[in-house]
Design a binder for this molecule. Structure first.
Ligand code: ADP
Ligand code: MG
Length: 453
């Protein structure tokens, strides 16, 4: 510790990290933290929510050790206090026409087409977690538990069929149950646009504005459909700002992160205000867990090896996993057969993206990765530890473990005689990074597509 007073220590810490991180990062994550009390043995910090606490510890533990008092274990001695809710829940909204009821009243269609029903099957309980979606799920749950007090907005992005709508509805459902007084509406972006068109035509725009701006929680699905719709974008942006300024919770889903959407800078900046979280492609084990869960729901027994077999063939879309179970169950029921590898192949062959165990080899993967990362296959198989080579090599190892049904030892040997622990280490590292790295996800998708070509 380099300062005796912890308040000073915190100020020094902020000055120190302020030089290292971006201004946005500083404003979003570090500035909201308040020193509540300080002593020579402990500092109490008030954080707006658990994410800030986790962010601080995940990213700055080493620096905190230098500046703050330490506990017996040599860790920074910090007591975190989560800020209390400052605002009261708003009053129950009484719709002035039956068509304007909200999700809370279970009727959400009418003159506001945008408001969609919440699918009762899309809850947090039915959402299977794995490394690719753990963070986004806990962010979604955090927002549902403390609307307007965690991240605002929460922006969820990821590829098709990976559970974005599921999480969005889960937030809505949870909020309905646990905060019955709050007014929740879930809209699709297309629905919002249709509403706007209708209400402009009927000269009832004020009514629509009043409706949207009186919400406590607004769930917006598929914001990418707002791209290239200039006039609508502005109205959406106004609604957005009006809600955020009143501390009302907004959750948005999209197929791309905000920065890659073709929307105005103003709206992109607003969407980046809160937390941007990615739903990634589930790894093999999670895909198996999803299959088994869905099979159980359908009342079919899915032996473990068969679940692995399907999960190895359908790897980047949960909706397709679900489809596979539905088809398999229908097929087996119709034919009076058990679920075996044979029935799976008969009923699902068209769904299978590729047959990794037969077509994909480590050599194919190396070739495909080498093209994407612009390196040589011989370098990937070599010993070089330079980052330009080592990283693509790890990506190839990750893909090999995901796509090829062979022992780790055999796979590792095909990488110019590496060990199975090197391969496992690479797989873990890349799986972890995939969760937060969109660019990497796209690169791997591309490498996979090259394999199929
Ligand atoms: P997206 O909106 O990202 O295209 P959806 O939310 O519509 O995807 O998900 C597609 C289907 O897959 C839904 O039926 C959903 O319930 C299911 N699904 C997606 N992710 C999971 C998961 N982690 N656990 C259980 N079901 C999931
Ligand atoms: Mg969706």
């Amino acid at each position: 510790m380099i300062a005796s007073e912890s308040q000073d220590a915190w100020t020094l810490f902020l000055e120190y990290v302020g030089e290292k991180c971006s201004a946005t990062e500083f404003t979003n994550w570090l500035q909201p933290i308040r020193v509540v009390s300080s002593g020579t043995d402990k500092v109490s910090l008030e954080v707006p929510n658990i994410f800030v606490q986790e962010y601080l510890l995940d990213n700055y533990k080493k620096d905190l050790i230098h500046f703050l008092p330490l506990n017996a274990a040599g860790q920074p001695s910090i007591e975190f206090i989560i800020a209390e809710q400052k605002k009261k829940p708003s009053e129950l909204y009484v719709p002035d026409s039956p068509s304007m009821k909200t999700a809370n009243q279970d009727v959400s269609q009418g003159s506001f087409h945008g408001a969609a029903y919440l699918n009762p099957l899309y809850t947090f309980d039915t959402f299977i977690e794995g490394p690719s979606n753990q963070f986004v799920k806990s962010a979604a749950l955090g927002v549902a538990m403390r609307p307007g007090r965690s991240y605002n907005p929460l922006f969820i992005h990821g590829g098709v069929g990976l559970g974005k709508t599921h999480l969005l509805h889960a937030i809505g459902q949870y909020a309905k149950e646990n905060h019955p007084k709050l007014k929740v509406a879930c809209i699709t972006t297309e629905g919002f646009i249709n509403d706007l068109v209708d209400n402009l035509r009927n000269k009832t725009l004020d009514k629509m504005k009043r409706f949207y701006r009186s919400l406590d929680i607004l769930l917006v699905d598929d914001i990418q459909f707002l791209q290239n719709r200039m006039n609508f974008e502005e109205e959406f942006c106004n609604t957005f700002e009006s809600l955020i300024h009143q501390n009302k919770q907004i959750i948005i889903t999209s197929d791309k992160p905000p920065g890659q959407l073709n929307l105005s800078e103003r709206l992109i900046a607003r969407m980046e205000w809160g937390l941007v979280a990615n739903v990634g492609i589930p790894d093999l084990e999670t895909r198996v867990a999803i299959l088994q869960y869905k099979a159980e729901q359908k009342g079919i027994r899915l032996p473990q090896p068969i679940a692995f077999f399907i999960a190895e063939h359908i790897y980047n879309n949960v909706r397709q996993l679900e489809g596979a179970i539905n088809r398999l169950s229908a097929y087996c029921r119709m034919m009076g057969l058990d679920v075996t590898e044979e029935t799976v192949e008969k009923s699902l062959s068209e769904l299978f993206q590729l047959a990794p165990s037969r077509k994909v080899s480590v050599d194919n993967i190396l070739k495909s990765v080498a093209i994407i990362f612009e390196v040589k296959v011989s370098d990937l198989k070599g010993e070089s530890r330079s980052k330009d080579v080592a990283f693509p090599r790890q990506v190839a190892m990750y893909m090999a473990k995901e796509l090829i049904n062979d022992s780790l030892m055999k796979l590792a040997a095909a990488f110019g005689g590496k060990t199975h622990s090197t391969l496992l280490h690479a797989w873990k590292k890349i799986s972890g990074q995939l969760v937060k790295d969109d660019m990497l996800r796209r690169q791997i998708d591309m490498a996979r597509r090259n394999l199929e070509a």
